[in-house]
Design a protein around this ligand. Structure first.
Ligand code: NDP
Length: 328
């Protein structure tokens, strides 16, 4: 395993990490989750990602049970949660969003579900335009001072929104957001490769990127239809079909798979390796519903040194989607 500092912070994250979205509680139960987390940890993964909204809190409870059983040294792992979506079916006022009340309560509820004394990372899962940014920054700063969280970050915020949080943090001498969790993969590049560029430079932002395989699409499993028991068959995940099963994406993926074949590597390993080739990615969070998937995806570490400038150029020729500055 390789480790990278999370942006300008002193925290070291394994460049491949492990998350529980969709899988924990919905697709897999404790026994498989236990095996997957064990495999990840044994391979050197130190970061485990979660959120209040995953399986309505059940994902955090499952991870909490497994962490308790594993009894790994607390200092050897980094655990996150995220606040915004809430975890109940029908939210009453203040049970979701980024008010001081919900951030404070969500943090304590996550700690209870995960059976932990503190969270290493706490993310604002989405921006909340109904809450003044000062309220968010003050609340996160105070949670750090109270020892409830160690670092805070954002997820799917724009570069401008992150910089606004830093402006407030500077104004009041508070701790600003040091990490962002955006989607990043071969077909979703704008935020990481363009929007955050000044933020890396100005505040040393770290990133924990999600869906390195585009929810499994980049493994190639959807080329000839939708396999049984795959994510696109999970209840309420149909929106993934419209996002991913588009003729242009399928066409490029076929070409990428031929290229992976020529290199002698698997498509999922190539796609994951491509994300961590970007030095602004601190860690790529892997998702898996089966052990074989995790074994395959961890091979990205072996593919990484094969991604020479020439190889990256060949991939670019297939993708033809590198974000560029709009100077019009
Ligand atoms: P991926 O894009 O890697 O998708 C993972 C899914 O793809 C697996 O659950 C599995 O689904 C399928 N898959 C994985 N490997 C293979 C393989 N080798 N062959 C075939 N199928 C494979 O990542 P996720 O979308 O799961 O995102 C990773 C993590 O990022 C999440 O767990 C979560 O922690 C975080 N996240 C954060 C978000 C945010 O808003 N901050 C949003 C989304 C995710 P299946 O077997 O069911 O087909």
């Amino acid at each position: 395993m390789q480790y990278r500092n999370m942006g300008r912070t002193g925290l070291q994250l394994s460049v491949l990490s492990f998350g529980s979205w969709v899988t924990f509680h919905k697709q897999i139960q404790d026994n498989t989750a236990d095996k997957l987390m064990g495999m990840a940890y044994d391979a050197g993964v130190n970061f485990f990602d979660n959120a209040e909204g995953y399986a309505m809190g059940e994902s955090e409870k499952m991870m909490g049970r497994i962490l308790k059983l594993k009894n790994w040294e607390r200092s050897s792992i980094v655990v996150s949660s995220k606040v915004f979506f809430g975890w109940r079916n029908n939210h009453k006022p203040n049970q979701a969003g980024l008010s001081r009340k919900h951030i404070f309560e969500a943090c304590h509820e996550a700690l209870e579900r995960l059976q932990l004394d503190y969270l290493d990372l706490f993310f604002c899962h989405r921006p909340d335009p109904t809450v003044p940014i000062d309220e968010v920054v003050w609340t996160m700063h105070n949670l750090i001072l109270q020892g409830k969280i160690l670092y805070w970050g954002t997820s799917m915020w724009s570069g401008a929104e992150i910089m606004e949080a830093h402006r407030v943090a500077q104004q009041y001498n508070l701790i600003g957001p040091v990490v962002e969790q955006p989607q990043y993969n071969m077909f979703e590049r704008y935020k990481i490769e363009m929007d955050y560029t000044p933020v890396y430079k100005n505040v040393g932002l770290g990133t924990t990127i999600w869906s390195p395989l585009g929810s499994g699409f980049l493994s190639g499993k959807y080329l000839d239809g939708i396999p049984e028991n795959s994510r696109m068959t999970v209840r309420a995940m149909d929106w993934l079909k419209a996002r991913w099963l588009q003729p242009e994406k399928l066409d490029k993926l076929r070409k990428l798979m031929q290229f992976a074949d020529q290199l002698g590597v698997s498509m999922p390993a190539l796609a994951v390796a491509w994300t961590i080739k970007n030095p602004n990615v601190s860690t790529a969070i892997l998702g898996a519903s089966r052990e074989e998937q995790l074994t395959e995806n961890l091979k990205a570490l072996d593919v990484l040194p094969m991604l020479t400038p020439e190889v990256m150029e060949e991939i670019e020729k297939i993708l033809q989607n590198k974000p560029t500055m709009d100077l019009s």
